[in-house]
Write a protein that binds this ligand. Structure first.
Ligand code: ZN
Length: 336
């Protein structure tokens, strides 16, 4: 989501869904049980909850009660994984203010700042805050795939005019990686001191997504391959890869999924999300058979019953999802 401010919202849907994120008692899934996870820090834009020993989810709550993006400082969900030697942040949030707040909480709770940041994918709601982790000459190692960095440069290095200024401004205070993952064909183990995580390269939400699995606890950080309570964004999706990646995330036993947006959920309970993705696949294939445009197919689309109460960051997300399939098939959005 790169231009959230300009996007309209389905007010009630988004507000109610992110209100769920703001009220753990209303969340579905394992995180839903009131009091199940201890809240260790809270601001209007996010809360940090302990989901396992030394593992924390940052759950963003960017919307006010009217469904406006009142508090986009963090915007995405992420987290902290604390080892004896290193503290890993999953993603960097939307604005430096959000990342700096998470970093301050790490210092307060564990006596040291974040030492490493994994960027799960290129989008600014996960990378726009990177600069917030830097403090003078002290800053974390920043990990992303080579493909992610190249897409960030491609998408976010174009600058727009500022009224009354001779300068142009890019869309965010961009920061690049200090560590690049070139080979996406294999997973990578990362030692944090007394514990480790596995970085699993997948694709589907974008051409290059990273998932982080905690090795000693059944907890997965799915990035934007996993959404809960909100219709996913397909703006850079590779739809043919999405369902297989989601199936992969749901396999391998029950784990807590820290999603990229919306609530936390057990992998055992993610079937409605898989169904939702399947319904888009079906709608796109039907549209192609019928010669419909993505717009027409998006208007005709209805959510599966199991996700009918889910919200939208943008009411045109189904159309964009179908358009993503068209893109992959080499068709224009008009279906030809
Ligand atoms: Zn996102």
């Amino acid at each position: 989501m790169t231009d959230l401010k300009r996007r309209s919202l389905v007010k009630a849907g988004v507000a109610s869904t992110l209100a769920m994120a703001a009220s753990p008692g209303l969340l579905r899934g394992v995180s839903a049980a009131p009091g199940k996870h201890r809240v260790v820090a809270e601001r209007p834009f996010a809360r940090i909850v302990e989901v396992g020993d030394g593992v924390f989810a940052v759950v963003s709550t960017p919307l006010d009660s009217d469904g406006r993006f009142a508090a986009p400082q963090t915007l995405c969900n992420g987290g902290l994984i604390v080892g004896d030697d290193r503290i890993l942040s999953i993603d960097a949030y939307y604005q430096p203010t959000g990342a700096a707040w998470v970093n301050e909480q790490a210092k307060k709770l564990f006596g040291r700042p974040v030492s490493d940041v994994i960027c799960t994918h290129l989008h600014l709601d996960h990378t726009g805050g990177l600069a917030g982790f830097q403090n003078g000459e002290i800053g974390p190692e920043i990990y992303m795939t080579a493909a992610t960095w190249s897409m960030m440069v491609e998408q976010y290095s174009r600058a727009s005019p500022i009224e009354g200024s001779p300068f142009l401004a890019p869309p965010a205070r961009l920061m690049g990686p200090t560590r690049v993952i070139e080979d996406e064909s294999t997973s990578i183990s990362m030692a944090l001191g007394g514990r480790s995580v596995t970085l699993l390269p997948l694709s589907g939400h974008t051409p290059s997504d990273l998932v982080v699995l905690v090795d000693d606890l059944p907890i997965t950080f799915g990035g934007d391959l996993a959404w809960w309570g909100l219709f996913p964004n397909y703006v850079d999706a590779v739809p043919s890869a999405l369902a297989p990646s989601v199936a992969r995330l749901m396999s391998g036993g029950s784990r807590l999924m820290v999603t990229g947006h919306g609530g936390l959920v057990s992998t055992d309970e993610m079937e409605p999300y898989a169904e939702l993705i399947g319904s888009i696949d079906t709608a796109a294939m039907q549209a192609r058979e019928r010669g419909w445009s993505a717009e027409k197919a998006g208007e005709a689309y209805s959510m599966p019953a199991s996700t009918s109460d889910w919200g939208f960051f943008n009411p045109r997300y189904p159309e964009r999802a179908i358009a993503a399939w068209f893109r992959e098939w080499g068709l224009s959005s008009s279906g030809v």
